[in-house]
Ligand binder design. Structure first.
Ligand SMILES: Nc1ncnc2c1ncn2[C@@H]1O[C@H](COP(=O)(O)OP(=O)(O)OP(=O)(O)O)[C@@H](O)[C@H]1O
Ligand SMILES: [Mg+2]
Length: 153
């Protein structure tokens, strides 16, 4: 059964609170491979802001900026995970392009925590046991976050 947690964000402070909730979940995870989180939502819904909040909570000191042009950014961390990956598949045409950038090595390693914006562009190679966060605008331009763990059937 798929449980979806729904949260509302009126501002960036709320997004940080949602990030805190999410971080507490993923630090408990007993994954055997990388933990992959797909972030979906229209342009400007706040995917990068959320990833930045998560990275800050996990102790990343460097500023996390959008990886739209470089596709992949990698940050070292000192917790359950050793590396934080932030990817943006917006400019990718297909899965092949991401495989050529070393996607397999990224997702095989359980010390990797991987956030990917626009996962629908490479949907066939997103691990089935991943997390999905879908952000949408709700009325009055609040954001709704739908958080789900896509467990293996
Ligand atoms: N919860 C929020 N409340 C108010 N403004 C927000 C919120 N989240 C993000 N924003 C603002 O929305 C803008 C876009 O945010 P962000 O870059 O995170 O979007 P994105 O979903 O990553 O977009 P893209 O698809 O282009 O990568 C930023 O100016 C940011 O400050
Ligand atoms: Mg972004």
């Amino acid at each position: 059964m798929k449980k979806i947690v729904v949260k509302t964000s009126k501002n960036i402070k709320d997004t940080k609170k949602i990030a805190r909730f999410f971080v507490s979940k993923i630090l408990k995870n007993k994954n055997k491979k990388a933990l992959v989180v797909g972030l979906s939502g229209e342009l400007g819904t706040g995917k990068t802001v959320f990833v930045r909040a998560v990275g800050g909570l996990l102790g990343i000191k460097r500023n996390i900026n959008s990886p739209t042009f470089v596709i992949i950014k990698k940050y070292p961390m000192k917790n359950k995970y050793k590396y934080f990956f932030h990817l943006d598949a917006y400019r990718l045409k297909n899965e092949h392009e991401l495989l050529q950038l070393g996607w397999r090595e990224i997702v095989e390693n359980k010390e990797h925590l991987v956030f990917i914006e626009w996962p629908e562009n490479v949907v066939k190679i997103i691990p089935r046991n991943s997390h999905s966060i879908r952000i949408s605008y709700s009325k009055k331009r609040y954001r709704t976050f739908k958080i789900q763990h896509n467990r293996r059937a």
